[in-house]
Design a protein around this ligand. Sequence first.
Ligand SMILES: Cc1cc2nc3c(=O)[nH]c(=O)nc-3n(C[C@H](O)[C@H](O)[C@H](O)COP(=O)(O)OP(=O)(O)OC[C@H]3O[C@@H](n4cnc5c(N)ncnc54)[C@H](O)[C@@H]3O)c2cc1C
Length: 431
Amino acid sequence: MQLTKYNDQPALDLAGLGVGPFNLSIAALLDSKPEINASFFDAKKQFSWHPGLMLPGAHMQTSCLKDMVTAVQPTSRWSFLSYLVEKGRFYQFLSTEKLVISRHEFVDYMSWVAAGLESLQFDSEIREVSFDGEHFVLRSANNELTRANNICLGTGKVPHLPSCARPYISDNCFHASELAARPVNLEGKRVAIVGGGQTGAEVFLNALRQKWGTATEISWVSRRSNFEPLDESPFTNELFTPEYVDQFLTLPADRRETIVRRQKLASDGITPLYLQELYRELYDRKYLFDDQTTRWELLPDRTLTGMDKQSNQMLDLRLENALSGGDERLQADVVILCTGFEHKLPQYLEPLMPELELDDSGRFTLSPEFRVQWNGPAENRIYAVNAGMHSHGIAEPQLSLAAWRSAVIINDMAGREVFNLPQQESLIRWK
Ligand SMILES: Cc1cc2nc3c(=O)[nH]c(=O)nc-3n(C[C@H](O)[C@H](O)[C@H](O)COP(=O)(O)OP(=O)(O)OC[C@H]3O[C@@H](n4cnc5c(N)ncnc54)[C@H](O)[C@@H]3O)c2cc1C
């Protein structure tokens, strides 16, 4: 049995749980503020970003200037521009004339930031967070205890699995986020791809291009009424500004839910360029090359309502067609679920759970400064990132405002303006 041991550090000002992009942004900004003593813990052996979904051709949906720091501290050594200069390709990058880069390059940028920050500790899964009356106490997988005055929860979301698919999760039926972790072989198989967002599109096109072998049949099922584009237009981008968040925060809760639903395609759709590439490829395959190797079918407006497994391991999917109102069946040997991610209260919060204020849907109640409301001492704060779409709006799970949110959290925790956040003027009068 391993003994529990306190590490010999004094209590931290801030302990960050998880090192995804959002806590990485806080760590990068704090790097220039040594007076704030912070450490960030991640279960992974080294920094990575949704590795299962790092598919060829995958691009960011946001500008590379929406990086870990630039919106708050453009002079930071951890900006994307700084990365380009250090890597020796600044001028060449400018010649590409692009602001929206490949996910591969953005991961390389974030890995470069992570490698340069001493405050990050990888291979440090946090199993439990409790409160000893004075400090939060984090217990890691190897039973090391760390004390902190404040914590920031940044352990991300979990894959969303349709309930009818859960009993069949296996190497033949899995969430797309596991593409790197499972032995994927589509050779000679009938494949169903479920989910009509960006991930569904990327998995469909990569499967068609035989990344995992030559499938005999690929069906792409989407609940959405069509394969719909992400709205990247300038006025929609105004939704991803601190000023819009400020307005959104003042709305009553029931209006916020409706508005977030209405704005879905501002943050959750297929990039228009990718849609065009996909459409052109399907056109060529169908009309120019009469490609018979893989049959493919696009099935929008269908909701997966049920699943069965036949004795020969084949999966039988039941689909409800919202256009015709009828029920359909689809047989597949492999089902890849591109069904997104959802927020779940982390297991490690169990000891604190009775003290947390949750809303009727079991979600954190967040202050404008991203503080989780709880019944403990006001000077010990729990912050949460990527957990407040219901309170802060659609920008919350996105990178767009990550640096700004990091600065809001740091300022609130320090009780002073560590980072200056000058009010910007919106082009739109929202209220
Ligand atoms: C494929 C994909 C592409 C996306 N592309 C964009 C985009 O282009 N633009 C945009 O704005 N947004 C994008 N998003 C949305 C958003 O930016 C990402 O989901 C982002 O990863 C969220 O960051 P995060 O820090 O909250 O969580 P995550 O990136 O999920 O990181 C959470 C971290 O917590 C760690 N962890 C979990 N549990 C523990 C524990 N108990 N102890 C220690 N560590 C733990 C995990 O190892 C992980 O490293 C994308 C999302 C996906 C899935």
